[in-house]
Ligand binder design. Structure first.
Ligand code: PLP
Length: 235
């Protein structure tokens, strides 16, 4: 538990350092703790250390954790691949969905968001490097999806999420990070109030903050390596 607290502090100082180096205010970069593959007890320990925003990738695993932890002040973000037969659970349980990349998901989430809850915060996921195996809308599809998100009841367009190709000896990821930031800027120029640039994970949060990220999603550097892919059979 103290170990988790130390890791949380270490991630906060990385964020603060990256902000300082880029002339940004650390208050403008939020931390999303990504608990996929880790037990509810680990999420609970981080909650006890003060973390409030948590991301989950698999619907069944997430529902079990939300029920086990039962703290209504936690802000749950769905960030994993979303199948349309799972949208009802997501629309009822989460405050944010960051992995929306097609019209059908928007229409279902809108129809299924309970009227008693505030609008579901939406980040459109962009496949910025046009990788065939990766989820996300192609950049040219984003304006129409943004417009639809604005029009549908029960949804609030908050911004963009992307997982750019990792850095390697032959690949500099900075142009891709910058391209996502530019795409969000173009939506803002059209008058959308989208304020969230969800970019950066354990390995590249500094690059993401340099590019303007307002929400970094960190799993491994908070919870340690994920236990061998414990996927739920139906997902
Ligand atoms: C797993 C995951 C993360 C966290 O990745 P780490 O490298 O473990 O920090 C962030 N975003 C998404 C969408 C993920 O699926």
């Amino acid at each position: 538990m103290n170990d988790l607290k130390a890791k949380l502090e270490a991630v906060h100082s990385r964020i603060a350092n990256a902000c300082r180096e880029n002339g940004r205010n650390p208050a403008d970069v939020r931390l999303l703790a990504v608990g996929k593959g880790h037990p509810a007890s680990a999420v609970e320990a981080l909650r006890a250390a003060g973390q409030r925003a948590f991301g989950e990738n698999y619907v069944q695993e997430a529902l079990a954790k939300v029920a086990a932890i039962g703290d209504p002040s936690i802000e749950w973000h769905f960030i994993g691949p979303l199948q349309s037969n799972k949208t009802a659970d997501v629309a009822r349980t989460f405050a944010w969905v960051q992995s929306v990349d097609r019209e059908k998901l928007l229409r279902r989430l809108s129809a299924q968001r309970p009227a008693s809850l505030p609008p579901l915060n939406i980040c459109l996921q962009v496949n910025i490097d046009r990788e065939p195996q990766k989820a996300g809308a192609l950049p040219e599809s984003v304006p129409a999806l943004a417009q639809l998100t604005e029009e549908l009841p029960g949804l609030a367009l908050r911004g963009l999420m992307a997982i750019p190709k990792p850095a390697s000896a032959t690949h500099d990821p900075m142009p891709s990070f910058a391209a996502v930031a530019e795409l969000l800027g173009s939506l803002q120029d059209r008058g959308y109030r989208a304020d969230t640039l969800s970019l950066g994970m354990s390995g590249d949060l500094e690059t993401a903050i340099r590019a303007g990220s307002t929400l970094v999603r960190v799993g491994t550097d908070l919870f340690g390596p994920r236990p061998a892919q414990k996927r739920f059979a139906q997902e």
